[in-house]
Write a protein that binds this ligand. Sequence first.
Ligand code: DGJ
Length: 729
Amino acid sequence: MAITYFERERVFRLDTPHTTYLLGLVDQEGFLGQIYYGPRLPEGETLRALLRLEERPVPPSADPRERASFYDSFPFAYPAHGGGDFRTPCLSVQTAGGGCNCELFYESHCISAGKPPLEGLPAAYGGKDGCATLEITCADPALGLRVHLRYTVFSDSDAICQSALVENGGEEPIVLTAALSACLHLDDMDFDCITLPGSWAREREIVRRRLVKGRTGAESLRGISSHQANPFLALCEHTATQERGRAYGMAFVYSGNFLAQAELDQYGKVRSVMGIHPEGFGWQLLPGERFQTPEAVLVCSDEGLGGMSRAFHDLFRTHLIRGQAKRRPALLNSWEACYFDFDHDKLLELGRQAAASGIELLVVDDGWFGHRNDETTSLGDWTVNEEKLPGGLVRLGEELGAMGVSLGLWVEPEMISPDSDLYRAHPDYAMAIPGRVPTLARNQYVLDLTRKEVRDCVYEQIAAVLREAPITYVKWDMNRPLIDVYSPSLPPERQGEVYHRYVLGLYEMQERLVTDFPEILLENCCSGGGRFDAGMLYYSPQIWTSDNAEAMDRLAIQEATALVYPYSAMGAHVACCPSHTNGRVTPFLTRGGAALPGCFGYELDLGELTEEERSQIPLQLAEYRMFGPVFREGDYYRLASFRDNGYYDALMAVTKDRSLAVVDYTQVRSRANLRSLRLPLRGLEETARYRCQGSGEVRTGAGWMLGGALLEAVQADFYNQLVVLERID
Ligand code: DGJ
């Protein structure tokens, strides 16, 4: 069993294949503390002596166990506010009487095979053979409050999932003013903190900085995980590289407001927390009610940042993404090709071009419904615009089908345009605060998804379209943050629940969609990559990575995204040139090379390409079909980053059985007096022999890894090349 309780030491030990996590109970009081998280320890080791109670109090006192001092340094597994722990808490409450102290003491525990689902929330899953869950119940007897802390470990993944279920067992209502999901304590190490801040079309830049005293991290208060921050935080040794050193990662399986924070305290110890952002949050628990936090995933690797990424990728691919096995057809998307300016004939022409090139799917993006010819109108009216598309999507789908091209459709179900029949009939469906003029963004309002009738109204309209036409793919978009967050369906004392109830409503809609239409491939999108998070991955195996599809910018965005999320999750297209987002001109082949490792497609008018460019499409598609599965399902190695070296970028994927490896190399900028480059490879079987496709050169895995693949000097910017190695014995 991967979870053991050592009765005498009162220590809980959780093991993953390469890591150990230890929690311990402090004898008399029943405080639950974290002892250790790191590389796997020898069997039976509990490190019990490290869970110290008797640190010298400050200011010095005759009582060596003075409570105030203890509280502010003990590594609480789930710290609560008010008792004297002045670091960031996971739990804060307000009682009916106005008090806000909370103290949690161990009550009971239970270890079981498998992993219970989290009701209404996305969460990692696993069968009874593959994972085990520890539930520790702590209670505050004065409040009648109970917290059930859940920790799950998997036999095939170096990840630990944490969440908390808070239960009001008292007689009075309690308001949770903070209910975070996970807490991690780390000792005495010189850490760097890594986060992924960004902006629209510049999602997820890797920002690495030394952890200094105080609090740092990432957060979103936009109601979505956002372009500006990603629900992820890493702490790594200051000297850690891609391949070496200790790295810890925390990722949040959630798509709304979040806080991911690392705090270096007065004693040089780190507390890192992750959960729903307490700002704007207040959840009322009546007697007997429960609140389930979303789940956080923790990983630890002694193989540098690369090891951390691989641990996340494995967990997400095998225990979170449900449609992972779905085919990822190469697609042609109409957005950059024609924006709102299309009709049946134009789409059919795109379909013809797609068929001629071997592209399998045409995605009709924004503009097919209501009378939407620009962004000012019709969100909420999900009926086909028959003026643009006579015969509707049924006719289009059938005509495309006859050419061997299937039909995909864009929707934006969370929104309502002021110019829509839905708004005219139900203005109250739009989120607004009574007495205030609601704020438009992209000319639209956000629907109040906390209300079932609102969700049902939109879902039923969209489901009717999906039932009628032969649609095989849906792109679910979302194009503005939440403002005016208020729901008339909730009483004043429950308005602090709206942000989270909105996300629960969103999850309910997506769950319905994937249940009712299991054959449809769902891709999430949020003005590009504004909701690229593990919560979304539970519903859609792929997410549109960024509206910036320009190949060189995309290399950096995809590199940062791959720090946490697998390439199998990244929508990646060959887009227009000059780029519509940054004006850059890049060769067609190189644009293909940058998109190859993701979920590949085109987003341009193929009719506007040169003959030569068009002739390259079948080659790109053949590479995608041959090597796409290696990037999507294999182990990922970041070989080089042009953010660091200034001129070239290289990533590598190796199949799990190490029989095939592909390096995707891009020389972003040429250099004067350039020489050939030796690029050390990774992840191969050291003693096995591998043949390089093309050159035919044969070497051992160690030979390729230590000697490096030789890349000839090429005097060109934006040059892309694949290196493919096949194992021959
Ligand atoms: C934002 C998305 O990111 C784009 O790909 C496109 O679908 C537009 N919305 C359509 O409005």
